[in-house]
Structures are given as C-alpha cells and as structure tokens.
Design a protein around this ligand. Sequence first.
Ligand SMILES: CC(C)(COP(=O)(O)OP(=O)(O)OC[C@H]1O[C@@H](n2cnc3c(N)ncnc32)[C@H](O)[C@@H]1OP(=O)(O)O)[C@@H](O)C(=O)NCCC(=O)NCCS
Length: 334
Amino acid sequence: MNLSVHLFQPEDLLACVGLLQAGHDPAFSSARFTWLHQQAPLGPSAIAVCTDGSRVVGVYSVIRKTLRLGERSFVGGRDVDPVVHPDYRGRGIFSRLLRFGLENFEGIDVYFNFANKVSAPGFRRQGWRDAGPIEDRVCQLGFRSPLSRDFLIWLGSGAIVSPRPSADARELTADEVEALLTRADLAPDSFAVYPPPARLWVERSSAYLRWRYLKNPQTGYRWFAHGAAGAEESVAICRHDPVKNRLTVLDVLGFGRAPNLALWLPLWRRLFPGAWVGVWSTMPVSSRRGFIANPLRRGQGHPLLVRSFPRGDLPSTIHRPDGWFLTHGDLEVA
Ligand SMILES: CC(C)(COP(=O)(O)OP(=O)(O)OC[C@H]1O[C@@H](n2cnc3c(N)ncnc32)[C@H](O)[C@@H]1OP(=O)(O)O)[C@@H](O)C(=O)NCCC(=O)NCCS
C-alpha cells in the first residue's frame, strides 16, 4: 500500500462520491455531495481524502455550521459520512483521516456528530467524548389495534390531543415558505427568541434554512405554520414517511415566541391518521408537551459525540445532552 492523505480538491469529487456509494450508501449522489459540501452558508466543508496510489480509499468530511450560545457565536464542525473502502477497513485509515483533520482543518471550535456503531470507536480514540444519548419523544396519533404497541403510546400521548385543529394551524405552500424566509431576511433576528439562551444550537438563519430544506436534492419537506398569514408566530418543518406512517419534526422555529408542537397535533392527526410523530429529547419540554418517551425504547438513544478545543472557550455543558438544542434536522443529511 502507498497511502497518503490530502485536503479535498475539486478533481476528487467523482471518486469520493463513488467511494461513498460503494462503502456507505448507494443513494448518495454527486448532487447530494455538491449540495452538502459545497453550498452550505459557511462555505465548503473541510474534507480529508486518503489515497492508495491514485485510488481514493477513505474520506472524512466536516460541514461548517454557525453555533450560537446566547449572543456568542462559534464555528461548529458537523462530522458526516466518514467512509473507508471495504477492502481497506480495520487498518487505521479512519484514525489517520481524523488525525489529519484535527491537524489541518482550520477555524473549527467544536466538532460534533451522531456517529453510528462502526464509526463511534474511531472518534472516541481521537478524543471525541460521549455527550448523549439523545432519545426520541413520541406522540402516537392513533393505533392499529388495542393489542399493538402503538396503543400503549397512544394512551399516553395522542389520546389526550384536542380534537379540534386550531384555526391558525396550516400547511404552507412553496410561495408562503419563500415569503416567510424573505421576512426573516428583512428581520434577521426574528428566530432569535428560540431556543433557550443556555443551550448551544445550530443557528437557523434564513440562509441556513434555504440551504438545509429548500436546496436538498434528495428529500422534500413539509412546512407548517401557526399564526396569521404574513405574521406567522411559529413554524414546524417535517418529513412524512408514508410507508411507516411516521412524521418526523425536523425543526421548530419561533417568531417572537417559543413554538409549541401541540398547536399542530390535531391538524397532523387529520392529515396523517394514526401517524407516529417524533421529536428529540433535546427539544425543551415546554415545546413538546404531549410527547412521551417510547416505553419500549427507554435508554436507547442516539449517541452525541463532541470534541472541543481550549481555544474555543466553550462551556463544559457541551458535554451534556441538555447543553444542546438539537433536532432531527441536525442529524438527517440524506
Ligand atoms: C467507520 C469506518 C469509516 C471505519 O474505518 P476504518 O478505517 O476501518 O477504521 P480504523 O481501522 O481506522 O479504526 C478506527 C479506530 O477504532 C478502533 N476500533 C474499531 N472498532 C473498535 C471496537 N469495536 N472497539 C474499540 N475500538 C475499535 C480501531 O482500533 C481504530 O483505532 P486505532 O487507530 O487507535 O487503533 C468504516 O468502517 C466504514 O467505512 N464503514 C461504513 C460507512 C459508515 O457506516 N460510516 C459511518 C457513518 S456515521
């Protein structure tokens, strides 16, 4: 083997996508790679590429995101999709890529990820620490039979949802989403009341939301609002999986006041009868009333791994799940 590691160059793109398809997920396209790593508001991702001769055999990438803690801002590095070719695994290539990134990626105050079982040991060996787990909180809007497990969750959640949709809760059209984001452009602090000031969160500027949800080439999202047209007070961005009948709430935004998911539950029950609605435990309780821990999956959460640097001057709370406000929107990058 003749291994070496370099910073990503534009001519690596096709080989990196080919490796991601062969070693991670065949659905990962060039369009996704370009969107994810070259179009984010803070600029191109930091990417380390490992080659054996001229063959690309490993890739590790980090998306730069603005993190906010009250009035302070940091550059967060969201580690995403590390991959080593199946023929080359177990030989320390991932560890080498991580060390290269830590030495060469510039300007990142804190790295964070939601590693899976195969990549978590490598991150931990290079200094990432467990800050999770992050658990699901669920509202079951119906059930198949009184013997199903849906029934148990429904009893504790959906059964107590008000039967009448709020007159001000509605789904937004594409034009209304555009108008909403234009309004946020005009008043850039409009989302700032949310989340609580003591939690670190990925800033939801209108530029970020446009990139994250409107430009994503692989996934379509549904936007729900509460409040009068043109003066919406809160917004929920969701993805519905019709096969599993799951509505995942990726993000909630408040214009002037903290949002409350209960406002949309009756509407969602009408649009998605019997659906499972999911958010994360890191969303403040006041916004997810009516959502409960899945009694069958207690303690089985997603790991949150965090690595910071002394120069970042970040508080020690970043190593606890309640030091963050994270959503499914921070996890999902498909
Ligand atoms: C995850 C992946 C990138 C790891 O690549 P790799 O080159 O085989 O990993 P490495 O050989 O560098 O091993 C990483 C480190 O974890 C350690 N490690 C691996 N499995 C371990 C385990 N079960 N327990 C403890 N340590 C473990 C290794 O010893 C190594 O540490 P070291 O270099 O200090 O010895 C590779 O398995 C892959 O491409 N998987 C498929 C894609 C994927 O799922 N990516 C993760 C998406 S979140």
